[in-house]
Design a protein around this ligand. Sequence first.
Ligand SMILES: Cc1cc2nc3c(=O)[nH]c(=O)nc-3n(C[C@H](O)[C@H](O)[C@H](O)COP(=O)(O)OP(=O)(O)OC[C@H]3O[C@@H](n4cnc5c(N)ncnc54)[C@H](O)[C@@H]3O)c2cc1C
Length: 345
Amino acid sequence: MSEKEAIYEVVIIGSGPAGLTAAIYAARADLRPLVIEGPQPGGQLTITTEVENYPGFSEGIQGPALMDEFRAQAKRFGTELLTSWIREVDLSERPFKIVTEEQVLWAKTLIIASGASAKWLGIPGEAPAPAGFGGLGVSACATCDGFFFKGKNIVVVGGGDTAMEEVNFLTRYASRVTVIHRRDRLRASKIMQEKAFRNDKIDFIWDTAVEEILGTEETGVTSVRLRNLKTGEESVFTCEGVFMAIGHKPNTELFKGQLDMDEVGYLKTAGLTMATNVPGVFACGDVQDSFYRQAITAAGTGCMAAIDAERFLDSLPVQTPAGEEISLANAHITPEAEELVLVGR
Ligand SMILES: Cc1cc2nc3c(=O)[nH]c(=O)nc-3n(C[C@H](O)[C@H](O)[C@H](O)COP(=O)(O)OP(=O)(O)OC[C@H]3O[C@@H](n4cnc5c(N)ncnc54)[C@H](O)[C@@H]3O)c2cc1C
């Protein structure tokens, strides 16, 4: 078979909540999508334990079990899954060229759902259990896990706006929140700093790095080992939880120079659609969302991206923010339009 013969209507990059929801919708629209699972089949939820905020599971569900359900539902309607990494994509002409570890594939439409990764310190004790205490007191998502820390004494690592947002949010649950920061002042905006300084549940330890997370399998996290970066002095700080809030990195290396991104690397999508600046390429989930970053929002935008791809293939119109109806096949985002207005070509 020649390379060109493997042409898919829809190829989906990523098998987290966004990619697999896109697959469910595309498969039910009879588009026989191919999902390329990537380095983390099932996505970020496979490294967590209890998920309590995904609708439809009144008793909660384990992250890996939830993703097994997503996968089974996508397969039920004919989704093909490929456990491989993508090495290269060429979006300069359609069908798009996708080079995996083993083969070359072609896609009439492409849905990018490659997610984002929380940044970690790379210290002992940080990895997902059983190697470390990830899921046993270590987290990178306050919205997801804050509820598990009711009445507990926790630390947050970071000093930017997101960190201060997480810190303030966590004081709803935790008895005390201690911010550990490498410098002697926060990077966060003045308004966020003031809010944190006013909150009497929050303490600060300055000029200090967390060097190790300590605990046991039975108790989870019990303390962190700290080092003062000015004096070199080491100490152990007792706590029952550690939140990393040092930022996220969208998985968009592959698309640099081909798709519009913000300064951090999140893909830009247009108006009310999931369309990127290249007609036929759509993005959904955490790879284009630096703000909500939840499984349900990722799934929601996955649904939107699949519907957009289906309309693109059928040359059906979408509505611009201005209320104008245009065909996605004939649309692009004006590069200079910060507000991402779709315009007809
Ligand atoms: C520890 C933890 C706990 C969380 N708990 C909750 C919670 O309780 N509730 C909640 O709503 N949210 C929670 N979240 C957030 C939630 O997991 C994410 O918002 C959601 O997974 C985003 O889905 P996604 O499909 O956009 O991306 P991801 O889940 O990140 O999936 C990305 C996919 O892209 C693939 N990929 C990446 N690069 C490539 C490549 N080059 N080629 C092919 N594939 C690639 C990966 O293999 C993966 O399958 C948690 C996150 C973490 C880290």
